[in-house]
Design a protein around this ligand. Structure first.
Ligand code: SAH
Length: 266
């Protein structure tokens, strides 16, 4: 067989294949955060790898992989590693709930994470806590404390946030915030700590997975964004509010993501 004649076809196949196999990953930490998206998929295929359930198929006509990462930074990092080793990704959207820190944030409000910060990684001594920039695998510290999300995905989130339909939780329609989201392996239920996160890091919402996912996406050069809706205000009532509002807040964030996927297809 004359290989030279086959060369254009082989080249075409090589050019076409990476694009064809690319998917958008959509990740949440809990069932409530991904169920709306899995239900909206057209005949999702379930495959379990490394103990994680991956739902592949089309969402609003777009090729996606949807998964539940589990709660906390270790589960989130593990899930992101298994995800990225088994799928070719064009980007990653994290959707879920968080404790709102902005003084005007109410349950149901949306926070678009323009950057993520780990607030339990650093040095603790008698003077208090000093955060450290995250480290590459080689040990090198990253030049900045904050991990920036992808600017195109941020823009798309903002556009989608104006179109999405939200469940009414508070006395007013959900407000859209954009800014820093903080991550730690702690469910924050303390007004003093909540105030500190807001004043020290400018953080508008706090959660338990985002910066871990962002860290790995940065390392592997995968564009990402984190979308959160407030289930509580990280104050003394946080666990009560969380139980009351986790459902509608998770739905608000998932509905925004559905709009994003629609916009991607236009
Ligand atoms: N009672 C629940 C608690 C889950 S932890 C359970 O045992 O299943 C809270 C989850 O929601 C995490 O995935 C975290 O990312 C997010 N979250 C919501 N409010 C939070 C808060 N005040 N502090 C930290 N994470 C919060």
């Amino acid at each position: 067989m004359d290989l030279k004649k086959l060369l254009p076809a082989i080249l075409l196949l090589l050019l076409w294949f990476p694009g064809y196999s690319q998917r958008l990953a959509i990740m949440g930490a809990m069932d409530q955060e991904i169920s709306i998206l899995v239900e909206a998929m057209h005949k999702p295929k379930l495959s379990t790898i490394g103990g994680i359930d991956f739902y592949t198929g089309k969402l609003k006509g777009k090729k996606v992989v949807v998964l539940k990462a589990g709660i906390g930074k270790v589960n989130a990092a593990y899930s992101t590693a298994v995800l990225t080793q088994n799928f070719t990704l064009e980007g990653l959207i994290f959707t879920g709930v968080a404790g709102g820190l902005h003084p005007e944030a109410l349950p149901g409000d949306i926070v678009i994470g323009t950057s993520l910060v780990q607030v339990d990684f650093g040095m603790l001594n008698s003077d208090g806590f000093t955060p450290w920039n995250f480290r590459n695998l080689s040990g090198e510290p990253h030049p900045e404390l904050l991990l920036s999300a992808d600017s195109s995905l941020i823009q798309l989130s903002l556009q989608a946030s104006k179109l999405a339909e939200y469940e009414a939780i508070s006395t007013r329609a959900p407000r859209i915030f954009q800014g820093v989201i903080s991550t730690s392996d702690l469910f924050v239920s303390d007004p003093v700590k909540a105030k500190w996160l807001y004043s020290e890091f400018n953080s508008l919402a706090t959660e338990m997975e985002g910066a871990a996912v962002a860290h790995i996406c940065r390392f592997l050069e995968i564009p990402f964004v984190v979308i959160r809706s407030c289930s509580d205000n990280a104050n003394t009532d946080a666990h009560v509010d969380f139980n009351a509002f986790v459902g509608p807040a998770a739905a608000n964030s998932a509905n925004l993501v559905l709009r994003m996927v629609e916009l991607m297809q236009q």
